[in-house]
Design a protein around this ligand. Structure first.
Ligand SMILES: Cc1ncc(COP(=O)(O)O)c(C=O)c1O
Length: 289
């Protein structure tokens, strides 16, 4: 079960004008569901081999931001059952989720056994991905040739020299103190700008983690009633944003804002005002409602 506080059947808090995970009322039932799955598998003597997670924010699922503590709790359950922990940080890695850590897992002191990296590794400039693992897992593929334990799977372009050079240059940029300070400023600025969107009655939830934001559009914020997908609301809002010079995509009725780190504060303001104007164009409302 994904920890989707805004639409969680266990969240007893009525809709409010704040990020759902911050005012939720629940008993961590979503963590309980994870525990039940592990327990059930253990009872059937078919223990779960690995627990794969996108730490802190599940991207393509709808920018589902996890409540603080979810990762640590579920990781502890997986560990208790002897499962490996796989963190997919393709989207969340390399400073995307803000704070001092480069990786989202580390915000909650979780150290995965396998770490999937891509996008931010080269700042998105050249294609390169990496899978990091522990010595113990690496060693499992070592042995005499006759044992045939080699991990034969690979990619056509593994270790591409241009990609590697771009990744090294990007990592140097990421670590520069000016860059770190700018990302923090940009994050705080985005928080302030996004807060202005709460006045729009079709903004249901607004989930920001570092420099990732998801704005969930609904028919009625008081009831959280979703727009039918057939109305293509997310697509129409993004098309209106594109006409204002801001390119992004929706995931259903969730608008994605993920500014590149070189975004200036002024550009971030423009991104949010383009979204506000586009909401007015596609979903006009009378002020005060
Ligand atoms: C979380 C996550 N994992 C994996 C992928 C796929 O990454 P790649 O195309 O580098 O294999 C994506 C792509 O958008 C992603 O967002």
């Amino acid at each position: 079960m994904a920890p989707y506080c805004y639409r969680c059947p266990f969240n007893r808090a009525p809709a409010d004008r704040a990020e759902a995970r911050t005012y939720r009322k629940c008993g961590w039932e979503c963590v309980g569901k994870v525990e039940q799955s592990f327990d059930l598998a253990a009872r059937r003597r078919q223990p779960i081999a690995a627990f794969a997670v996108e730490p802190h924010v599940q991207g393509a699922a709808g920018l589902i931001a996890q409540p603080e503590g979810w990762l640590q709790r579920t990781a502890a359950i997986a560990r208790h059952h002897g499962a490996l922990l796989i963190a997919d940080e393709v989207m969340t890695g390399f400073g995307r989720t803000g704070g001092a850590s480069l990786f989202a897992s580390h915000h909650e002191q979780v150290q995965p056994d396998l770490l999937c990296l891509a996008k931010g590794l080269t700042g998105g400039y050249l294609p390169m991905a990496a899978t990091l693992t522990t010595q113990a897992i690496f060693d499992a593929f070592l042995g005499d040739y006759a044992e045939f334990k080699t991990f034969f799977h690979g990619h056509s372009f593994t270790g591409n020299p241009l990609g590697a050079a771009a990744a090294l240059a990007s990592l140097a940029e990421l670590r520069r103190s000016e860059g770190i300070a700018h990302r923090r400023r940009l994050e705080r600025h985005l928080t302030r700008e996004l807060a202005t969107l709460w006045s729009h009655p079709h903004v249901g939830d607004l989930r920001q983690t570092g420099l990732i934001a998801g704005i969930e559009l609904v028919q009625d914020w008081t009831t959280r009633q979703p727009f039918p997908l057939a109305a293509r609301v997310g697509i129409r809002v993004c098309e209106a944003m594109a006409r204002r010079g801001v390119l992004t995509r929706p995931i259903g009725n969730v608008i994605v804002l993920m500014p590149p780190y070189c975004t200036t504060l002024r550009q971030a303001t423009r991104m949010v005002s383009a979204l506000a104007e586009s909401l007015e164009e596609v979903l006009p409302h009378r002020p005060g409602r």
